[in-house]
Design a protein around this ligand. Structure first.
Ligand code: FPP
Length: 233
């Protein structure tokens, strides 16, 4: 196994983009791109465990995705249902704790008990916390959190941990209402490849780019601190 020489981000979040383009480029219906995307989800979760990532948050269905044609929405929700039905045992075996973030009240009724049992059955998993964002809007999550949370700590408790590394595939460079609060100091890596082509190698590439970044959180970099503190006359 290859060893890593860079620091590993505790929380990686991914905007899995480009499924439709991947399918269109192969003259396939868009659904096939999403279906292939589920294989990439599996590969990425396994790679995340091997690499020592603690939390992986994946954007599976945004609240704005309801605007897509009904057939595509149905296909995405069917894939989610299928994933929950077939992967739970694997998740348990691999020590993956699965959570779903986002609204539940607009999801098909039969999906909710499936989500609840997936979360319950995988709760002891301690090797990776895999969070799937479904009917998710970060603005809505922040609005909801603000009903009770008043301090930064309370917001973090309500929303989830800060993101260290945000990856978006397929070349777009925007957040699209994903983890806006949590990404306050995230390093962002944009990769040109489509999500169905993503796997361990691309994750390693993103981690290597992350390892080359100097994270300052508004302060000064440890090595260059002295130079940066020099006040110009
Ligand atoms: C963006 O690609 C991707 C999505 C809107 C859905 C992502 C969903 C999956 C990978 C599968 C479902 C996941 C699980 C865990 C069951 P796009 O369709 O917007 O791509 P395009 O920009 O090329 O059209």
């Amino acid at each position: 196994m290859m060893t890593s020489t860079f620091s590993i981000p505790a929380h990686v979040a991914i905007i899995m983009d480009g499924n439709g383009r991947w399918a269109s480029a192969r003259s396939l219906p868009r659904f096939e791109g999403h279906r292939e995307g589920v294989h990439a989800v599996r590969r990425t979760a396994e790679a995340a465990i091997r690499l020592g990532i603690q939390t992986l948050t994946l954007y599976a269905f945004s609240s704005d995705n309801w605007k897509r044609p009904k057939t595509e929405v149905r296909a995405l929700l069917l894939l989610l249902r299928h994933y929950l039905l077939t992967e739970i045992e694997e998740c348990r075996r691999k020590g993956i704790r699965l959570s779903v973030i986002g609204r539940r009240d607009r999801l098909p009724g039969d999906l909710i008990p499936l989500i609840e049992s997936a979360e319950g059955e995988t709760a002891p998993g301690s090797r990776l916390h895999l969070r799937l964002a479904v009917d998710y809007s970060s603005r809505d999550a922040i609005l909801n959190a603000s009903r009770n949370a008043r301090t930064r700590e309370e917001f973090t408790h309500a929303l989830g941990p800060d993101v260290d590394l945000l990856i978006r595939t397929a070349g777009e460079q925007r957040l699209s209402d994903f983890l806006l609060w949590e990404c306050a100091y995230a390093e962002m890596v944009f990769l040109p490849l489509s999500w169905p082509d993503f796997g361990e190698q691309s994750l390693r590439e993103a981690l290597a780019a992350y390892g080359r970044r100097v994270r300052k959180f508004g302060g000064l970099a440890a090595v260059t601190g002295e130079a940066l503190e020099y006040a110009p006359s």
